[in-house]
Design a protein around this ligand. Structure first.
Ligand code: ATP
Length: 439
């Protein structure tokens, strides 16, 4: 078993690169700090995390609809939301070595953690985290735009559009998955904190009197989502923010934290954002962002409960939680015990040998399975090494076609965690795997 320490971090980072989960971006140019590219295996993992979120938050509910708002956004949005003034972190410089740090993340305010010098840190100054760029060919201030630092505002500014077109009424939610950008002072810990990342956010609009009840409901729901997808209870906790830690818009906030190799850290925040955002945008835009209850002719500005998760950060937590090593026949087997719903490939189809008589039935088996599940196909190397490779990327089932298959029209199905093998007739294969994979 792997202990939850620095070696786990190194091991997951190495595995990510070696097996094609996550690569440093622009590696052939020496690497571009704090940006990462998701390889053939990683893109599947990330997609599965997002699909599972969408399934739980949108597909299986009647009260939540989706949205995909733009990333480029005019200053007016960020002026009204308070981001232009408030979306900053306290930055301190080291006069000795030039390193920059976030003051709120420093354990000792007197000493630079990079060079160890005491008394070298400057006073903190607020550093705005938004990326600014220009839209259009004329470089003047009227063309200034921002890359969104959160997806949330897209939901607020479309509140009336969604209300008018979806026939929803509070309590109801708008969900969105997409990229956000923050000019983080200290990106790091692999994909935990990057300047470009993906978020999964939902704004749940409720009658103000029900806000507290829904806040508790979403804290519980979101905590359960990670548990259900296989993160052990011992590595998850819900931490309520103290009043002096709350953001400018929030009446209550809790973080779902994961036990990363460096300690407990945030996976997702759930906030009661009150009516702050809708009121700010109503005032700034002149559009009425309210709900009109026709039953009693009452108008009110809903309160908002927001579960805000990071897709890329969650993918990393799933990897960390799933990583395991065990001794098998005097050898160490590395296995990602990912929930099958998150696993990049559900099945690997492996002909025992490259002989043409096995390739043809293997291709047929692959063709049988591909419409149902994401499958890998691998005909190189010894079968034992191919099993190990699939274990390392978390593939729950390997289907092996051997010479007996030609006679008995059956294949060997090997399960990842127990390594047990079953002989299954090809005609019953889809049913056998459906019982195990369609959770
Ligand atoms: P922090 O205090 O760590 O900077 P935050 O509390 O500002 O984060 P939120 O604004 O609540 O973060 O964002 C919601 C979620 O988006 C976070 O819980 C995290 O999963 C994800 N997230 C935020 N910033 C980043 C980042 N720079 N890289 C990767 N994921 C991020």
């Amino acid at each position: 078993m792997v202990t939850n320490d620095e070696t786990l971090f190194e091991k997951v980072v190495n595995l990510s690169k070696r097996r094609g989960f996550i690569f440093q971006s622009a590696e052939i140019y020496g690497g571009f700090r704090s940006t990462y590219d998701y390889g053939p295996i990683g893109v599947q993992l990330l997609r599965n995390v997002k699909d599972q979120w969408w399934r739980t938050m949108v597909q299986l509910r009647q009260d939540v609809v989706g949205l995909d708002a733009s990333i480029l956004s005019p200053p007016a949005i960020w002026e009204a939301s308070g981001h232009l003034t408030n979306f900053s972190d306290p930055l301190v410089d080291c006069k000795e070595c030039g390193a920059r740090h976030r003051e709120d993340k420093l354990e000792d305010l007197t000493t630079c953690p990079s060079c160890g010098k005491t008394g070298s840190l400057t006073e903190a100054r607020e550093f705005n985290l938004m990326f600014k760029t220009q839209a259009g060919p004329v470089v003047d201030t009227s063309a200034e735009v921002y890359l969104r630092p959160e997806t949330a505002q897209g939901m607020f500014i479309n509140f009336a559009n969604v209300l008018n077109t979806s026939r929803k009424k509070p309590p109801f939610g708008i969900a969105q998955i997409g990229k956000s950008f923050r000019n983080e002072i200290t990106p790091g810990n692999f994909v935990f904190r990057t300047r470009e990342f993906e978020q999964m956010e939902m704004e749940y609009f409720v009658p103000p009197a029900e806000a507290d009840e829904w806040y508790r409901y979403w804290c519980k729901e979101r905590h359960n989502w990670y548990l259900d997808l296989g993160i052990p209870d011992s590595k998850l906790r819900l931490q309520e923010h103290a009043e002096d830690e709350l953001s400018h818009y929030s009446a209550a906030t809790a973080d779902i934290e994961f036990l990363f190799p460096w300690g407990w850290d945030e996976l997702e925040g759930i906030a009661n954002r009150t009516d702050f955002d809708l009121k700010q945008h109503s005032e700034a835009s002149g559009s009425r962002l309210e709900y009109h209850d026709a039953n009693n002719d009452e108008r009110y500005t809903p309160y908002v409960i927001e579960p805000a998760a990071g897709a890329t950060r969650a993918a990393m937590a799933f990897l960390m939680a799933a990583y395991d090593e065990e001794e098998v026949n005097d050898d160490i087997r590395t296995v990602l015990r990912l929930d099958p719903r998150i696993a990049p490939y559900k099945i690997a189809v492996l002909p025992l040998s490259k002989k043409p008589e096995l390739i043809e039935p293997s291709q047929e088996v692959l063709g049988l399975l591909q419409p149902h599940w994401m499958c890998d196909y691998d005909q190189t190397q010894a079968i034992g090494r191919r099993y190990r490779r699939q274990d390392e990327i978390g593939t729950p089932y390997c289907v092996t076609i051997d010479f007996d298959t030609l006679d008995d029209q059956a294949v060997t199905v090997r399960e990842r965690d127990t390594m047990t093998q079953d002989r299954i007739p090809i005609v019953g294969l889809v049913e056998y795997l459906s019982e195990r994979l369609n959770l």
